[in-house]
Design a protein around this ligand. Structure first.
Ligand code: ADP
Length: 609
């Protein structure tokens, strides 16, 4: 934009300069005429002829015409009236001479000089190389840029690459004949012997065959350099990708839409024992022919050849004498423009994965078996243990009832102790059974509103809850869980909160929040509290801090709670201050795994209601 404005300004300046020059010439002539003492028509006419010639020289035909009229006008006041006819003759003569001068100049001057000043400037200052030449390739005028780079050659072929010179002549010939030639790309050589690729064009300036031509050339070196860089970058990128794909564990086979191999990676070569260098261009059956004997099942080979779209697993024999290889085959359509209709086949080595899966499966089976046996054993043992215990309890009771009066106080006390111990042992066995059953058996899960669990517990613990302020939140979340387990969990904690409380106004407060992926429940009491050193110990089996006469207190309740919470993927802990009370906290994931050994689908989605 700026360039165009300045070109226009320059051309305006040139025109104004010339007008000024002509006016000055007329002014000079007038001064001279004013200084004459005597006027002879011939002198006057000769004098006014000079600026007219200048005008014709500067402005061509129009200059001649206007100059003639101006000169006549200027001369009239100085020519005696009886010689006016001479003025007319002189006017005719001026015109002829002026027109002749303009014509001669036009014929003599190179085309560029005849251009309008603005156009001339465009030619001179163009960023492209521009040369005015004749039909034989002789350089008449070069623009600044061409001069800078190619100097002052006489003929245009001098600055073309020797291999391209013949072509330039042909094109020049063509342009002289047809008026135009190009664009075409050729190589030129600069003054400093640098190779400059150009895109060039010839344009004939006049209609005749032998007229002048404009040769315009665009410098392509920057473009060529850029193209080289892009090509280099592309090549580097391609090698990088190829290297990356080559080092994959997965065999890759790229096929075109006619099922011909475009490319295969090194891993495929290793898996199928083929030579990938020989594969490109071959139809897939031919390309993989040497791998056919390795397929344990030939149907699998056919499926690979057919690019079966559903993934499948197949076994390959190995020629290196090692164990067979298990591969998963996946064939995907290629949707990129270049290979549209083609396919990319993946051969994924799953031998190790399958081996690990098999081991895991065997281990799980063994574990399930041993769990089952353990459960059977626990049942049998506990049943067998309970039987003699029941006998002990019954017969000690008979002794107390029937013969108690015949025994002294000490003997009665012994009997009572044996009786209570047998009852406690029965409870311990029951708790043990309960604990061992958690997580070993598939449990029924249901969408459970915890509010129902709390309601049921209120009912079950009615007697114990007398004189206890039980504070519960107004809403409870819904969880997928086993009802019995939730009753055991909440029940144990609430019972303990009542049991281990010596305050006249007992208070048990339940609350919950949701924190991230977990629900966080709290059972808080104002009871006796727990010493800090026992805070973890209370969750251990049969751990009792306050041995009581109560045979139902086996020290298994919190161990059971811990097992339940952990089975659901949560955590349980306690905060306490001796004399002030305890707060038992536990979390249950809002989405938890099924608390079973069999790893069923994830369940338990909670929501408050
Ligand atoms: P237990 O059958 O003895 O109640 P638990 O496993 O439920 O067995 O509790 C273990 C011990 O932890 C209890 O004997 C008691 O000493 C202590 N304990 C449990 N809950 C509380 C509580 N809320 N406040 C104080 N001590 C508690």
């Amino acid at each position: 934009m700026t360039r165009r404005v300045s070109a226009t300004d320059a051309s305006v300046r040139t025109v104004l300069g010339r007008i000024l020059l002509v006016l000055l010439a007329y002014g000079g002539v007038l001064l001279l005429l004013g200084g004459l003492e005597e006027y002879h028509a011939i002198d006057v006419l000769l004098l006014v002829g000079l600026p007219m010639l200048l005008s014709a020289w500067s402005f061509g035909f129009w200059g001649a015409l206007v100059g003639t009229l101006a000169s006549l006008g200027v001369s009239l006041p100085f020519v005696p009236p009886d010689q006016y006819s001479l003025v007319l003759w002189a006017g005719g003569g001026y015109l002829v001479v002026g027109l002749g001068l303009a014509l001669w100049r036009r014929w003599k001057n190179p085309a560029v000089k005849r251009m309008r000043p603005g156009t001339q400037l465009v030619f001179k200052r163009s960023l492209n190389f521009a040369l005015m030449i004749d039909h034989e390739g002789q350089v008449l005028e070069s623009n600044d840029r061409a001069g800078e780079v190619y100097g002052a050659p006489r003929r245009i072929w001098e600055f073309f690459h020797p291999d391209d010179q013949a072509r330039v002549r042909e094109e020049l010939e063509r342009a002289s004949l047809r008026g135009e030639a190009g664009p075409l790309k050729l190589r030129t050589v600069s003054q400093s012997k640098e190779l400059i690729p150009v895109e060039l064009k010839f344009v004939r300036l006049e209609p005749t065959r032998q007229s002048r031509l404009l040769l315009e050339m665009r410098d392509l070196s920057a473009l060529a350099e850029l193209e080289n860089k892009v090509r280099e970058a592309q090549a580097r990128y391609r090698y990088l990708i190829e290297d990356a794909i080559d080092t994959l564990d997965t065999g890759i086979l790229l096929l075109d839409k006619e099922r011909k191999v475009i490319w295969a990676n090194r891993t495929l070569e290793k898996f199928l024992g083929v030579d990938r260098e020989e594969m490109p261009g071959l139809e897939v059956r031919r390309a993989l022919a040497s791998a056919k004997p390795l397929f344990q099942d030939l149907n699998d080979f056919e499926k690979v050849i057919a690019c079966e779209s559903a993934p499948f697993v197949f076994t390959l024999r190995r020629n290196d004498g090692e164990d067979e290889r298990i591969l998963e085959y996946r064939s995907l359509p290629v949707s990129t423009e270049r290979y549209k209709g083609g396919r990319i086949d993946h051969f994924i080595d799953i031998t190790e994965k399958q081996r690990l899966e098999r081991i895991l499966q065997e281990k799980t089976q063994r574990l399930e078996e041993s769990n089952r046996k353990l459960e059977e054993f626990t049942h049998v043992v506990s049943h067998d243990l309970k039987e003699p215990l029941r006998t002990m309890a019954v017969f000690t009771q008979y002794l107390i009832d029937d013969y108690g009066s015949q025994l002294d106080e000490e003997a009665q006390d012994y009997l009572n102790r044996i009786h209570r111990a047998s009852l406690r042992m029965r409870h311990m066995i029951d708790d043990l059974l309960k604990l061992s059953s958690i997580g070993t058996r598939q449990e029924n899960l249901e969408k459970l509103a915890l509010s129902e669990v709390i309601e049921q517990l209120r009912e079950d613990l009615k007697a114990r809850l007398e004189n206890v302020a039980l504070i519960v939140p107004s809403t409870w979340p819904t969880v997928y869980a086993n009802r019995t387990r939730m009753i055991e969990l909440f029940g144990n904690l609430i019972s303990n909160a009542i049991k281990y409380n010596d305050k006249p106004e007992k208070r048990v407060e339940l609350s919950w929040t949701s924190q991230g992926a977990f629900y966080h429940f709290t059972v808080r009491d104002n009871g006796i509290g727990i010493e800090e050193r026992y805070l973890n110990k209370v969750f251990e089996l049969f751990e009792r801090l306050n041995p009581r006469d109560d045979y139902e207190s086996t020290g298994a309740g919190l161990a059971i709670c811990k097992r339940i919470v952990e089975e659901y993927g949560g955590r349980i802990w306690v905060e306490s201050k001796v004399g002030e009370g305890s707060a038992f906290h536990f979390t249950l994931p809002i989405q938890v795994q099924t608390p079973s050994r069999n790893g069923a689908a994830p369940v338990l989605v909670g929501q408050a209601h």
